[in-house]
Design a protein around this ligand. Structure first.
Ligand SMILES: [Mg+2]
Length: 257
């Protein structure tokens, strides 16, 4: 039996309602150099739309992107969303809350932004309501030493400004408020009334959610060239975005009939 088929069989034994929670980039959407160009394939979007309608499933997307950036990739109905690594958790069709930063937090982000303008202007930068993310994937392709140096500088500066540092694949993020995907997943689990959870992610930032899912169901991790390590839990492993896609469409076939 293939890796996908054996995972599917275990998945089908989980108690319902089942919370099916998925990271986006590197899990549903293939990784590309410019995160603005990443896409969830059409076929996957229609599988997700159908899964969202299954009465014994709760579907959730859990991403580091902010809501606007996620909405560029999907406009699904009936889906829970945790954006900004769990900074905002939204029930299906719930409007995003208003948030305010303190003047100290705003000032720290402004200082970080000045460093970005001076040193990392050619990196891919995400300005989120409570954080600034620096992606160095494109720089690493031509000048890996400089990419490493930028990540180190970002670490040091963010720490000295009292910002929380989040480390991901070719990514540093300086955050005014600290969250993680594990607590976001727990919140959705509690609010949705699900009895078990299945989560898939592909990055360091997904580990807390993989851990939570392993305790309450199954946590799975997509291995990649960039991320050779795996979570320290008994997480299930998947080999690629394609395997995640195959698993989801097989799950739909089995669960919807
Ligand atoms: Mg990811």
């Amino acid at each position: 039996m293939s890796r996908v088929d054996s995972l599917l069989e275990v998945l089908l034994t989980l108690e319902r309602p089942l919370l099916l929670a998925l990271d986006v980039d590197g899990t549903l959407a293939p990784i590309v150099r410019d995160p603005d160009l990443a896409e969830i394939p059409e076929q996957t979007l229609s599988t997700l739309a159908a899964l969202a309608e299954v009465p014994t499933l709760e579907l959730a997307l859990i991403t580091g992107r902010d809501l606007g950036s996620l909405q560029r990739m999907e406009r699904l109905q009936g889906v829970w969303r945790a954006v900004e690594h769990g900074g905002v958790v939204l029930a299906p069709e719930q409007a995003p809350p208003k948030r305010e930063l303190t003047s100290g937090q705003r000032e720290a982000l402004d200082r970080f932004r000045e460093w970005v303008d001076a040193r990392a202007h050619d990196a891919f930068i995400e300005y989120k309501p409570q954080a600034i993310a620096v992606h160095v994937r494109a720089i690493a392709a031509s000048d890996p030493l400089r990419a490493d140096r930028l990540l180190r500088e970002a670490d040091e500066l963010a720490e000295s400004l009292g910002l929380h540092v989040r480390r991901g694949k070719a990514l540093r993020e300086a955050e005014a408020v600290r969250y993680d995907k594990g607590s976001a997943l727990r919140e959705i689990f509690d609010r949705s009334g699900a009895r078990s959870v299945f989560f898939v992610g592909d990055d360091l930032t997904d580990f807390p959610a993989v851990d939570f899912a392993t305790e309450h169901g199954i946590g799975a991790f997509v291995r990649s060239e960039e991320q050779r390590g795996t979570p320290s839990t008994s997480a299930k492993l998947l080999g690629s975005v394609d395997e995640v896609t195959a698993l989801l469409s097989k799950l739909l076939e089995r669960i919807a009939r």
